[in-house]
Design a protein around this ligand. Structure first.
Ligand SMILES: Cc1cc2nc3c(=O)[nH]c(=O)nc-3n(C[C@H](O)[C@H](O)[C@H](O)COP(=O)(O)O)c2cc1C
Length: 361
């Protein structure tokens, strides 16, 4: 029934549709609902410590007997730079004053995928392990593969896709500029920083499909059967959807964020590095407008989150999202409010109908 069965066979799933891992937003319930409906259920463990990740995977295993995808970040650890952090603080100090809160230097850091997390993977043996921001050290990658997991990572350029294939990934996610959340850019990021790789899904997927032999998964701006059908037409073997699942009751999307997605219009998201230090797509808000979308002054990922946390909390108490990263892709207005299993069924049906209608006689 599917025009390309490579992902169905590779991951042991029924439908070549992946729930995007969304650290902090996707829950095990969301992943289980997608997996039980025949797609690939994913959990984003990029912000968890190894013990929390192990517990999340165990809970997910209890909710589904189907294949699962567990996702990690492999960014370079943040480099402390006191001058830059002081300059960033000076840029934000007016907001602290305005909100009447004392400045608090909260240190937020995220460890990239390392030895302890790799042990969690070796114990749990998820069918699929996906990475964002490149790949881990070759020795860690070899251990993940020895555990039997298929390995996937995001590319935002053709060069990144070839680099991933040369290092042995089983499939490449072609993440277009429409995508919500962090850009997975890694090679182009070290070269061009915040302005790296701005290629849309429509242009990126066929160019990547032309050069890699492994299956390509299209991501970015896909939220219904029309988008999934288009992914096949572009040469992808399936699609990954993130923003389209943010309104599902199983998602942990906070109320302010849900409201923004519910009332989204197509022009309201931007790519900015002001929230975390790396470019990511979110609804434009006061911070992004006033600091500038791509600020050279932003400290290394994920340090800006520490300085912003008290501002964010204070503004949220007043019902404002002036400092909150409301991650979202460009197709937010296509997101539907229904249980994730039902959303999967509807999306599969729409895709197959669309593919049938497109078949020229
Ligand atoms: C709220 C949110 C959180 C995300 N978190 C992650 C993550 O933890 N790991 C990851 O690999 N990708 C993450 N992404 C990016 C997705 O993997 C994917 O590229 C993106 O959702 C696709 O575009 P779409 O949002 O238009 O569907 C996130 C996306 C969103 C919207």
């Amino acid at each position: 029934m599917w025009p390309d069965r490579r992902l169905v066979e590779l991951f042991g799933i029924e439908h070549p549709i992946l729930l995007a891992p969304m650290a902090g937003f996707g829950t095990v319930e969301l992943a289980a609902a997608v997996a039980n409906a025949g797609g690939l259920g994913s959990i984003g463990c990029g912000t968890m410590n190894p013990q929390v990740a192990a517990e999340a995977i165990a809970r997910l295993r209890r909710l589904t007997g189907k294949s699962i995808n567990v996702n990690f970040f492999c960014h370079d650890p943040a480099k402390a730079d006191a001058d830059r952090e002081r300059a960033w603080h000076d840029r934000l100090v007016g907001y602290y004053r305005e909100l009447g809160i004392a400045h608090e230097q909260r240190h937020v850091d995220l460890a990239p995928f390392g030895d302890a997390m790799c042990e969690v993977v070796e114990d749990a043996k998820p069918e699929v392990v996906s990475f964002h921001f490149g790949l881990p050290h070759p020795a860690l990658l070899a251990r993940v593969k020895r555990a039997g997991s298929k390995v996937v990572s995001s590319a935002t350029t053709v060069e990144e896709a070839s680099w991933l294939e040369a290092r042995g990934v089983d499939a490449v996610i072609a993440q277009g500029y429409e995508a919500g959340g962090h850009r997975g850019t890694f090679l182009d990021w070290s070269r061009n920083g915040a302005t790296a790789s701005q290629i849309g899904t429509l242009a990126l997927v066929p160019q990547i499909a032309d050069v890699v032999r492994v299956p390509v998964i299209a991501a970015g701006g896909i939220a219904d059967g029309r988008g999934v059908a288009a992914a096949f037409a572009l040469g992808a073997a399936g699609a990954q959807i993130g923003t389209g699942f943010l309104l599902c009751p199983e998602a942990a999307t906070p109320a302010l964020h849900r409201d923004a997605v519910r009332h989204a219009r197509e022009h309201e998201t931007v790519v900015t590095n002001v929230f975390t230090g790396r470019p990511a797509r979110a609804f434009v808000n006061r911070l992004a407008r006033e600091i500038g979308l791509l600020a050279d002054a932003a400290p290394d990922f994920p340090l800006p989150m520490g300085e912003l946390a008290p501002l964010r909390a204070a503004a949220e108490q007043e019902g404002r999202h002036d400092f909150t990263p409301l991650w979202s892709g460009q197709a937010a207005a296509l997101s539907r409010e229904m249980p994730a299993g039902r959303l999967m069924q509807v999306t599969v049906k729409e895709t197959l109908e669309r593919l049938r209608r497109l078949r020229c006689k």
